[in-house]
Design a protein. Structure first.
Ligand code: AP5
Length: 216
């Protein structure tokens, strides 16, 4: 991986968080997930978390000003200076333009985007069986990636829960929001020559390998 920051694009359930955690371990670049940051703010009961709650439970995007403030602060932290793996940000063209502006202001390379391609049917199957650790956010699946002990995270021992936005009807709404607001970023980064694509329906290790090849 070069010093360029990476944006993982793809629908809900594409495996962005799963792959970002692996890339973080392989590259040493921090995994920055706006969804995880918002869920932690909610658990901590901060004003930011309270503001984001209703949007997230509906499957709508949290307003740009909230997210951009959050990401600007995170990108300014010491460990993010060498590069970051962005998961869930940017989510629309306005956020993508703001990210480029921030990177330019900070004198950093503009990010490369990787689109993890997954069908709607696969997304529905994955998200309705997903469990996440409420402490470290590691993702599991009741059928395809069960934890060693039921209800307990293999990595940190935290409790595994179903996300409040993983009900079938909210997942369908999130997919619609993705198509309308986020999918245009594939064209945005493609037109700028800063897009790679990988097949997200292959086993996790194969996707990870393809991803590393795509960005090397
Ligand atoms: P966020 O947390 O970003 O959710 P998302 O984009 O909908 O993505 P997910 O976390 O659901 O999926 P993922 O692609 O990370 O998949 P995962 O690796 O977990 O956002 C949540 C909400 O926060 C938004 O709706 C919005 O309200 C708000 N928000 C966040 N960022 C925002 C922003 N920038 N602007 C505005 N609002 C924002 O994998 C899913 C499942 O599949 C797991 O069970 C996993 O084990 C399994 N799996 C993964 N890969 C594979 C594979 N290759 N084969 C089989 N199973 C697999």
């Amino acid at each position: 991986m070069t010093g360029t920051s990476l944006v993982l694009l793809g629908p809900p359930g594409a495996g962005k968080g799963t792959q970002a955690a692996r890339l973080e371990a392989a590259s040493g670049f921090p995994h920055v997930a706006t969804g995880d940051m918002l869920r932690m703010a909610r658990s901590a009961g901060t004003p930011l978390g309270d503001r984001a709650k209703a949007y997230m439970d509906r499957g709508d995007l949290v307003p740009d000003d909230v997210i951009i403030g959050l990401i600007e602060e995170r990108l300014s932290e010491d460990d993010a200076m060498k590069g970051v793996i962005l998961d869930g940000f940017p989510r629309n063209p306005a956020q993508a333009k703001e990210l480029d502006r921030l990177m330019e202001t900070m004198g950093r390379e503009l990010p490369l985007a990787v689109h993890i391609k997954v069908s709607r049917e696969e997304v529905l199957a994955r998200l309705t069986g997903r469990l996440v650790c409420e402490r470290c956010q590691e993702a599991y699946h009741v059928m395809t990636r069960p934890p060693k002990t039921i209800g307990v995270c293999d990595k940190c021992g935290g409790r595994l829960v179903t996300r409040s936005d993983d009900s079938p009807e909210t997942v369908r709404h999130r997919l619609q929001v993705y198509e309308e607001m986020t999918a245009p970023l594939i064209v945005y980064y493609g037109d700028l020559g800063r897009l790679r694509e990988v097949d997200g329906e292959r086993p996790v290790d194969d996707v990870a390998r393809e991803l590393l090849e795509a960005i090397s």
